[in-house]
Design a binder for this molecule. Structure first.
Ligand code: HBI
Ligand code: FE
Length: 288
């Protein structure tokens, strides 16, 4: 519930948990074509850039370029692998509803798909961002457990008034996370793998900082939602993310209470620096 405990009711036609039927038969050929266009663009870019877990998840789920997946088929494969299922929702759902689904291994995916005019950016997560971006990683048992732990933690963070810190953890891992591998940095964040421009920018641009993942450091770092990131945090392994999240967050929140936020473009003395960025892109875009 939000600060005053109020959770808005579901929109017209949605169930109490905000889910709707995907009703796959109702998608038009034009909508399927948008998926094909986006899929083919990303499928050409991601080998050598996305991490192994993402690429093998894409294959295991048989997510292909023929059109928007039917969640019934998708869930038969995904459910057999890690017990996760994808549920259709009209769009963003209240935090509490979102966490409740994650805690029960249900991933809420927007049913709608962006228009051809919105290929490169859209405000709200659509079925391509959610299913192509988020779902392949849910085939990895470690990441699947992290996402459920995150949901459980989210409900607790709301009660403790620490949601803004936990949302940063989600943002800098689930949405925009990088992982270190013997072959170099690779992408696992959904916001990156579903974006043509940011797939290249996150790994190759000299502008952003790339800093080793550290839980408190991430939770102290604000983010901007409508442009490429100024900092990317790099995991040593997916196991590290799960291990750090399975601890009791009480002491974490206590430590955060005594620490200031870290300015988004800053590199701090304790950081493990992979790239000290120029911030030239951000300066140009934000005129900072
Ligand atoms: N709802 N459908 C949907 N998808 C999201 O990714 C989502 C959400 N509601 C809240 C939310 N994400 C963020 O506040 C997370 O940080 C919790
Ligand atoms: Fe997302």
């Amino acid at each position: 519930m939000s600060a005053d405990g109020f959770v808005p009711g579901p929109p017209e036609g949605a169930r109490a948990d905000w889910t709707i039927d995907q009703d796959w038969g109702r998608y038009t050929p034009q909508e399927h074509q948008v998926w094909v266009t986006l899929y083919e663009r990303q499928a050409a870019l991601l080998p050598g850039r996305a991490c192994e877990a993402f690429l093998s998840g894409l294959k295991a789920l048989d997510l292909h370029g023929q059109g928007i997946p039917d969640f019934r088929e998708l869930n038969a494969r995904l459910g057999a692998l890690t017990g996760w299922t994808v549920v259709a929702v009209p769009g963003l759902v209240p935090d509490e509803v979102f966490f409740e689904h994650l805690a029960n291994r249900r991933f809420p995916a927007g049913r709608f798909i962006r228009t051809p005019e919105q290929l490169d950016y859209l405000e709200e997560p659509d079925v391509f961002h959610d299913v192509f971006g988020h779902v392949p990683m849910l085939t990895d048992p470690t990441f699947a457990s992290y996402m459920q732990a995150y949901g459980e933690g989210g409900l607790r963070a709301m009660q403790l008034g620490r949601l803004h810190n936990l949302a940063r953890l989600y943002w800098y891992t689930v949405e925009f996370g990088l992982i270190d591998t013997p072959e170099g940095l690779r992408i696992y964040g959904a916001g990156i793998v579903s974006s043509c421009g940011e797939t290249k920018f996150s790994l190759e641009a000299p502008s952003p900082n790339r800093i080793g993942f550290e839980l408190i450091r991430v939770m102290r770092t604000p983010y901007r939602i409508n442009d490429y990131q100024q900092v990317y945090f790099v995991l040593p392994s997916l196991q590290r993310l799960l291990d750090d999240t399975l601890q009791d967050f009480g002491p974490v929140y206590d430590r955060l209470a005594s620490l200031e936020d870290v300015p988004i473009e800053e590199v701090t003395p304790g950081d493990r620096v992979f790239t000290r960025g120029t911030q030239a892109y951000a300066r140009r875009r934000l005129r900072i």
